[in-house]
Design a protein around this ligand. Structure first.
Ligand SMILES: [Zn+2]
Length: 268
């Protein structure tokens, strides 16, 4: 039994954490977060998280976030491939489609995402997917690829019940963030997150974004806690996920830890 938490999405290379990585990790450890997946979102950050993961015995991913898909060039595939050969790099991503803000055009996002699927097939590593306002396109791409790329997590799921059902039908894993704690944006999720099978569930902070305290009215919650998320706050996500799935906090720790070991191929 493990009663430790794993945060499967920490953006530790974000500028707000620069120079404070060790403090952020120590504080998370003190708050029961034993492991983290450090996500890469472009070539530079993928290199950085690879070395941070080695330093702190965590797991890293390597890929281009859809916002950064426009920076993909003819060397990107081979460069990512060489990062993915590092022992601590256990997934391809984060990658995917984000049609909410379209920082890269949908066409570029689409073609860069397909390159990541090729990388996952070539390396036999899981795919770490970001999808926002692009469910139909994403579902159809995953449906076509899943037979050759069978470990996929759609992180930070915030969609509808029908979208969740369709993703689960394909066999993908689902990551839940502090949206679940947000009385304004995350309320709809509370009615149906119990349909995620135990063996497909992950929890995450996506820090420094999406603080679980954003809509909290508790007097001890400061404005800094609302606006700067940290991996140490994962316990709040775990508590709410437990509450709305009608499971215990310890049980959420146990299943998400086991899923982490299995999905990312960790030996112990
Ligand atoms: Zn994301």
């Amino acid at each position: 039994m493990s009663n430790k938490l794993v945060d499967i999405c920490v953006n530790l290379t974000d500028d707000v954490f620069a120079g404070k990585e060790k403090n952020i990790i120590d504080a998370a450890n003190k708050n029961n977060v034993a492991k983290m997946v450090l996500v890469g979102n472009d070539l530079d950050s993928s290199l950085k998280v690879s070395s941070l993961a080695e330093q702190f015995s965590f797991v890293a991913t390597a890929g281009y976030h859809p916002h950064n898909a426009k920076d993909w060039n003819e060397k990107s595939y081979d460069r990512l491939l060489s990062i993915l050969k590092n022992n601590h790099v256990k997934a391809v991503g984060e990658c995917g489609l984000d049609f909410n803000r379209n920082f890269s055009t949908p066409e570029i996002q689409n073609s860069v995402f397909l390159n990541h699927i090729d990388l996952a097939k070539e390396t036999n590593l899981p795919l770490f997917v970001h999808e926002r306002d692009a469910f139909h396109q994403m579902h159809s791409i995953i449906k076509d690829s899943i037979k050759d790329c069978d470990k996929i997590v759609v992180h930070c799921f915030t969609g509808t019940k029908n979208a969740l059902i369709d993703y689960l039908d394909l066999g993908v894993h689902i990551g839940l963030t502090g949206w679940i704690c947000d009385d304004r944006r995350g309320k709809h999720l509370r009615d149906f997150i119990n349909i995620i099978p135990d063996d497909k569930l992950f929890i995450e902070t996506d820090s420094p974004y999406l603080s679980p305290y954003i809509s909290s009215k508790k007097p001890e919650v400061t404005s800094a806690m609302k606006h700067l998320n940290k991996p140490e706050y994962l316990v709040e996500v775990a508590k709410d996920v437990a509450k709305y799935r009608n499971q215990s906090y310890d049980y959420i720790c146990e299943i998400t830890y086991q899923n982490y070991l299995k999905f990312f191929g960790i030996d112990k």
